[in-house]
Write a protein that binds this ligand. Structure first.
Ligand SMILES: Nc1ncnc2c1ncn2[C@@H]1O[C@H](COP(=O)(O)OP(=O)(O)OP(=O)(O)O)[C@@H](O)[C@H]1O
Ligand SMILES: [Mg+2]
Length: 293
């Protein structure tokens, strides 16, 4: 057996009390999972179940209270920021809000070049070609390179976010609800892009979502169901879908099933309200005139 790309064991995240009125929150309670290269682990749960806290802890953006996060066999939890720096390009996040994760000032070209510059990997001779290659990888027309985020649709913006994440050739993508804020009509396109990139580049993906129906189309591999900071059920995607063992999974499914239209695309007429959670992020219509969301 080869070393897994990401191995998380007994991960615990607690937010400290703030004053007497705000008690500490145990957001993630001894969560364990594994992500292998070329595979997706889908982590699904309602709002407040601890999904983003797990993402932040895996990326070492928030130090976990306990447990272990091993990336390619290397324990990350004990490393200081200096030791983490050279590893960061290999683990890249993609966030929910495509506009919020891009600087409004930067043109697409500079937004994609930025991570390379920050990492000291920008080469003025080959840089332009690398940006063009990344645009092509996320199926965006090269002519978009001169636009700013407000001149793009939500889907195009998220593709730029994905291109930025890919710029430094990561091996793991941590995708925190990457399509929840998008117009339902473009969600399937982004989900398909992510699965194609996983297969083309051999990436490992931690795909976070609150909609089990969506996750079923992403996770050719395992699904873990999160409830109140704990994994209550885990297994192959088809098994969790066809024969859910935990009552919470069944509850999630009873909401998720009708939200799928015949083509496997979440039905835009239904809000994906999940048990113990809130409706999915507000759908934002495309802002730009170009197709290709
Ligand atoms: N910075 C923080 N300080 C205190 N509590 C927090 C903080 N961030 C999150 N929490 C709490 O931790 C729990 C898990 O939050 P988290 O954001 O990880 O959930 P989530 O599953 O990502 O939810 P959503 O689907 O709404 O994004 C919640 O009870 C939340 O209120
Ligand atoms: Mg979240």
């Amino acid at each position: 057996m080869t070393t897994p790309l990401l191995e998380v064991r007994d991960l615990t995240v607690r937010y400290p009390a703030r004053g007497r009125r705000t008690p500490p929150v145990l957001a993630v309670d001894r969560v364990s999972f594994t992500v292998r290269a070329g595979e997706t682990l889908a982590l699904v749960g309602g709002s407040g179940s601890g999904k983003s806290s797990i993402a932040a802890a895996v990326l070492m953006l928030r130090r976990p209270e306990g447990g272990s996060v091993r990336f390619e066999g290397r324990e990350l939890t004990g490393l200081d920021e200096r030791a983490l720096r050279p590893l960061r390009p290999a683990l890249q996040p993609v966030f929910q809000d495509p506009y919020g994760s891009l600087s409004p000032r930067l043109r697409v070209h500079d937004a994609i070049a930025e991570p390379l510059r920050v990492q000291g990997r920008w080469d003025p001779v080959t840089g332009r070609a690398r940006v063009a290659e990344l645009l092509e990888l996320v199926r965006l027309d090269a002519s978009l390179a001169r636009r700013r985020p407000h001149e793009l649709s939500g889907g195009q913006c998220q593709r730029v976010g994905i291109a930025r994440a890919l710029a430094c050739s990561p091996r793991l993508l941590v995708l925190d609800e990457p399509v929840s804020a998008l117009d339902p009509s473009v969600r399937a396109g982004i989900v398909n892009l992510l699965t194609e990139l996983r297969d083309e580049l051999g990436l490992g993906q931690l795909f976070i979502a609150h909609d089990l129906a969506l996750v079923r189309h992403v996770a050719r591999h395992d699904v873990a169901v999160l409830h109140h900071g704990r994994i209550v059920e885990t297994g192959p995607a088809h098994q969790v879908w066809d024969a859910p063992a935990h009552p919470y999974t069944r509850e999630l499914l009873s909401v998720g099933r009708p939200s799928l239209s015949a083509g496997g695309v979440p039905d835009p007429r239904r809000s994906a309200r999940v048990p113990g959670g809130t409706a999915c992020g507000a759908d934002r219509g495309p802002r730009g005139s170009q197709a290709g969301g």
